[in-house]
Design a protein around this ligand. Sequence first.
Ligand SMILES: *Cc1c(COP(=O)(O)O)cnc(C)c1O
Length: 377
Amino acid sequence: MSTNNLDFIRSDLSKLEAYIPTINEEISQTLDILDANESPFDLPLELKEKLANIYQQQINNNRYPNGSYLDLKLAIANYVNQSGKLEQNTILKENISIGNGSDELIRSILIATCLNDQGSILVANPTFSMYQILAETLGIQVINIERLKSDFSIDLKLANNALNNSNSIKIIFIVNPNSPTGNCLNNEEIKWLEEIPKNILVVIDEAYFEFSNQSLINKLNQHSNWLILRTFSKAFRLASHRVGYAIANSEIIKILEKIRLPYNLPSFSQKATQLVLDNSNLILNSVKNIIEERDRLYQILQKNSSLKIWKSDANFLYLQLAENSTYINLKQIKDNLQQQGTLIRHTGGGLRITIGTPKENDLMLARMNKIINQLNS
Ligand SMILES: *Cc1c(COP(=O)(O)O)cnc(C)c1O
């Protein structure tokens, strides 16, 4: 069938590629998956068994899911208040919208603000690629600026120039801590965000909050133009269920609810989310193990003179080659690690390595050493 005559398709889509995740069933059985910042730990068996029972007893497969999520929103709001050490009822269920992954919320935010040539977005690279990818599928312009090479903080001079030179910017997307570089916002960046004019939406993506334990949630009520994104895909170990949430003032949330597809969250995902929230201490126990492993790997990798590595506040490490090791390249390392059995991410001019189980991490280190020794000799 010819594909040349799909005249009904928007012409700007022809230059886009579909997003192809690296993971498939075959790969995940043969490789250590350290490329997507998931938790290396499945749910504890006791919770899987509970979930199996819930599936059997509470889910009517022939019925649409509960479509209002009121109980789940309440449980999320409580978690946000507790984990953020906020007074009870600071964040209410009216301040929460739930998405099929935070990716869906990112798309809803773009639809609500910039669609129909109504605006563009600002991102500081390297950062999470999904803002750009989703914007482009909607025909929304992306204004890219660079981060500082030293610590990956946002180059605020460039950012202010971009804001001054373009009156189209409607959203600034910030990850805190940033992916792939692992750094949290510094005081200067936070001050800058606090002074962004109210006609620009500031999206603060806190996907790694449980690892960094740093959040701007305590300032949210003072900023009607701020929105915080969180996810259950990382520390809460629910990546397979696709659940993310937005926290913002109730007027913004009402708009997101208008755009949300009915029943965007399958029944089983709702139940799984409620279960992990009810057992958050048990689930989040693994966070400290992952942080210990992260710091152990950092100490070891940092001694390798071929590598340059940065401290991280998340569940991954970011590294580049030391300036004197130009004879190896990052893609070689990534490909060679994959041949040996460890999948990592080559992105944003560096390598991003998710913290896995201690065994996966030890294998990664041994494999990395082997590559670097070979290439150096
Ligand atoms: C992993 C990640 C997410 C999570 O996306 P989901 O769609 O909720 O799985 C969001 N933002 C960033 C920066 C991430 O790294």
